[in-house]
Design a protein around this ligand. Structure first.
Ligand SMILES: Cc1ncc(C[n+]2csc(CCOP(=O)(O)OP(=O)(O)O)c2C)c(N)n1
Length: 528
């Protein structure tokens, strides 16, 4: 008989554990809050081949290919990570799976640590894949198992959408034994796996038929649960809003959607017939609400002020009262670069130059805040290099410096540097090499020479890669040598070249942040 044990898990840990129980064999990810701990937790399981990949596109393709090869696999990333993986994502619904493949996307309503708050539920419609949404850690653990079953039953990738609140909240979760799933054979099938237009057209027909079957499944599945109590007041919910509403209105009726795409139209109609006044409670976009409106159903949505930011329990009665959003003001606690962070020296030095600074995403983005006020742009990962090129080709009266971290350079800076050299760009790019991915808690990447599991591996040389990309000069400098750093920056700015300066000093927190080397038992809470 399977052993039953209860463990306090965060949503991320519960997801990882549920995937382990489901027989997951392969996972690939790039770090990103609030998703990072899933992969860190998975790394303890010897049964699972898990990796940090160089970016989300690569992670997606590798994990998806592992599924086609016959292993239950998972891609994991933060919401914007899926943008990077959009190309393989969009066609993967055509090609379908062999063993189960689950796309975990961790959205960040409220932008606790992100550059935008896009609602990735919308991608389910665009990508034509089923969308699962849990509302708590314990439900996460069970629902992720269903995701693999649905993936295999319907030959489709499945989107599993988490949000920050569920990723990082903790709950007692009952764990079970792993069920090993035999690796499936890979049978060559070019009509399914080689997407030339003719085959893709056939797969598109297959995909539309599959969506009809999935719709039927969503209609009849107990995962879309109707609880009819008070027939005067009801809520259609998804994700964490279910629990928030239950706190305020325990006697109301509920339609809890765990499969929110394909939209279970009949069930929703049925619920609206049974209950007089129905509110739709969801975070960010009016995804469910628009679906209800499309059906001509009279439901009450939220004021547009609720389309921005995270849903909080106190918002529920405000929505029921038809009010605009009101939040209690919080104490302002702006983040800052750590004391002793090498990035501080970079921005103190940059201050002495009258230059435009194209920034990127990493701890160094905090260089935009006082006292440094050091960045002029920051859009997405990799844009420290590409914005250096674009800005320098339009701004005539000032030099442009690009600033990018080591992990981000490997993620998406390299292609920009090749482009800069190819298109005869001039200027200076600073690679702030603190030997880790500091912003997300200190994960290794190819230039650190360590894998997710802290094994030694081939180490990417930043110097060599910059050279072959076509940089005219590559300097390596310790920013603590303040005068030398300033001197070399001045020299390179005066030249009419494409220069890379690798500013190399380890992150001050690296020792504490380093993810433990080995795990013995599934130990919740480690590897944060
Ligand atoms: C597409 C995408 N993936 C992941 C993230 C999360 N993220 C932001 S910056 C960053 C890397 C930071 O590492 P590095 O560039 O080395 O800078 P550091 O924080 O170490 O200074 C990550 C993983 C993101 N914002 N966007």
């Amino acid at each position: 008989m399977a052993t039953k044990k209860t463990v306090l898990f965060s949503g991320n840990e519960a997801l990882a554990y549920g995937a382990y129980e489901a027989g997951l064999e392969f996972s690939a990810a790039y770090p990103g809050t609030p998703s990072t701990e899933i992969t860190q937790f998975l790394s303890q399981f010897k049964e699972i081949d898990s990796q940090w990949s160089v970016n989300e596109k690569v992670a997606f393709e590798i994990a998806y290919a592992a599924s086609i090869g016959g292993k239950r696999s998972m891609y994991i990333g933060k919401h914007v990570g899926l943008n990077v993986a959009m190309d393989p994502f969009m066609t993967s619904a055509y090609t379908g799976v062999n063993a189960g493949f689950v796309i975990v996307t961790c959205d960040d309503p409220g932008m606790h640590s992100s550059q935008n708050e896009q609602d990735n539920r919308l991608f389910a419609r665009v990508g034509k894949m089923p969308l699962l949404e849990p509302s708590s850690p314990s439900e996460t653990k069970e629902l992720i198992k269903k995701a693999f079953e649905i993936s295999e039953k319907f030959d489709t990738p499945v989107i599993f959408r988490m949000t920050t609140r569920i990723c990082h909240s903790k709950e007692n979760v009952t764990i079970q034994e792993r069920k090993d799933v035999p690796i499936k054979n890979f049978t060559p099938n070019p009509q399914k796996y080689v997407m030339i237009p003719r085959y893709a057209m056939m797969r598109h027909i297959e995909l539309e038929n599959r969506l009809l079957k999935l719709k039927k499944f969503a209609e009849n599945s107990p995962l879309n649960k109707m609880e009819v109590k008070d027939k005067k007041l009801g809520f259609i919910t998804s994700g964490v809003t279910y629990l928030y509403a239950k706190e305020y209105y325990p006697n109301a009726s509920y339609l809890k959607l765990s499969i929110s795409y394909p939209f279970p139209e009949k069930k929703v109609r049925d619920f609206c017939k049974k209950v007089k006044k129905v509110f739709v409670l969801e975070e960010l976009e009016p995804f469910i609400q628009n679906n209800c409106e499309r059906l001509g159903l009279k439901v009450y949505g939220r004021d547009a002020s609720f389309h921005i930011g995270e849903m909080k329990p106190d918002h529920i009665p405000q929505i029921v009262a038809g009010k605009t959003k009101k939040d209690k003001p919080l104490v302002n606690r702006p983040p800052e670069l750590c004391k002793g962070c090498p990035h501080r020296i970079v921005f103190n030095t940059l201050k002495k130059f009258d230059v435009i600074v194209a920034g990127d995403i990493g701890c160094y983005t905090l260089g935009t805040l006082p006292p440094f006020n050091g960045l002029h742009t920051c859009l997405c990962m990799g844009a420290g290099v590409t914005f250096q090129e674009g800005l320098s080709k339009s701004i005539q009266n000032k030099k442009v410096v690009g600033v990018i971290g080591d992990s981000t350079f490997v993620h998406s800076g390299i292609t920009g540097l090749i482009n800069a050299a190819y298109n005869k760009t001039k200027g200076v790019i600073l690679i702030l090499d603190n030997a880790t991915t500091a912003m997300t808690g200190g994960q290794p990447h190819p230039a650190t020479g360590k894998t997710l599991k802290q094994e030694e591996t081939k180490q990417l040389s930043l110097e060599k890669i910059c050279e072959v990309c076509g940089a005219d000069s590559i300097d390596v400098i310790d920013p603590a040598q303040v005068n030398d750093f300033e001197e070399i920056l001045r020299k390179r700015l005066d030249e009419n070249n494409l220069s890379v300066i690798i500013v190399r000093k380890p992150c001050i927190l690296m020792k504490q942040k380093m993810h433990p080397k080995t795990f013995t038992n599934p130990t919740p809470g480690v590897g944060r």
